[in-house]
Ligand binder design. Sequence first.
Ligand SMILES: O=C(CO)[C@H](O)[C@H](O)COP(=O)(O)O
Ligand SMILES: [Fe+2]
Length: 237
Amino acid sequence: MRTVRAVNSMAYSAKIGPSILSSDLSCLGSECVRMMECGADYLHLDVMDGHFVPNITFGHPMVECLRKSVGQDPFFDMHMMVSRPEQWVKPMAAAGANQYTFHIEATTNPGNLIKEIKESGMKVGLAIKPGTTVEELAPWANQIDMALVMTVEPGFGGQKFMEDMMPKVSWLRSQFPSLDIEVDGGVGPDSIHKCAEAGANMIVSGSAVIGSDDPRSVIALLRTAVAEAIQKRSLDR
Ligand SMILES: O=C(CO)[C@H](O)[C@H](O)COP(=O)(O)O
Ligand SMILES: [Fe+2]
């Protein structure tokens, strides 16, 4: 007998989150609104402290202003490229962040930090730098909402996509079939198919989206590539 499976039965879906790092930082509010109007599913906000990474961006006061400016709707995924990520959990929650994505390399106690983030009402993302193995993330995978596999060295937008990170994504997808898996760094129309085939479903794209004359089309292209890969994976099961 032929088995009919719903093609959208996967627990995760394709989501595109522009990184506003590459936008005109003097107009962050309107840039966020523009990205949402162009079809973004969420906004990826890169927080850098000049210590964990060799660059500085912004902190919770900026996030609070952005939240007031753009309203309650856009989902803010905070990519916390900071040392001592513990210290910003409560301020970020109060500022209106929805998800707190910290780096495993920046803490000695991921379990406690995961607990604190959940208690503050935010979702939990756990990120690994290119030099960190996926086995270091794995013990926490059942406690988090999202795993972030960095596809550049964190610190700057506009870098080249590291294809050799894809085995980490494939392994995570095979072990944790319903986990949200995000890729970040150098992702755009040229690299999206590798990410989608490996099993990533949350796609951060900075320069490829923001720098485009037609961000709406780029976002749609990225989402279609991921949605098709999810559908294929579902049919192959
Ligand atoms: O975390 C980051 C850098 O550390 C950024 O999110 C990332 O670089 C996005 O920009 P692009 O798509 O241009 O690489
Ligand atoms: Fe990022």
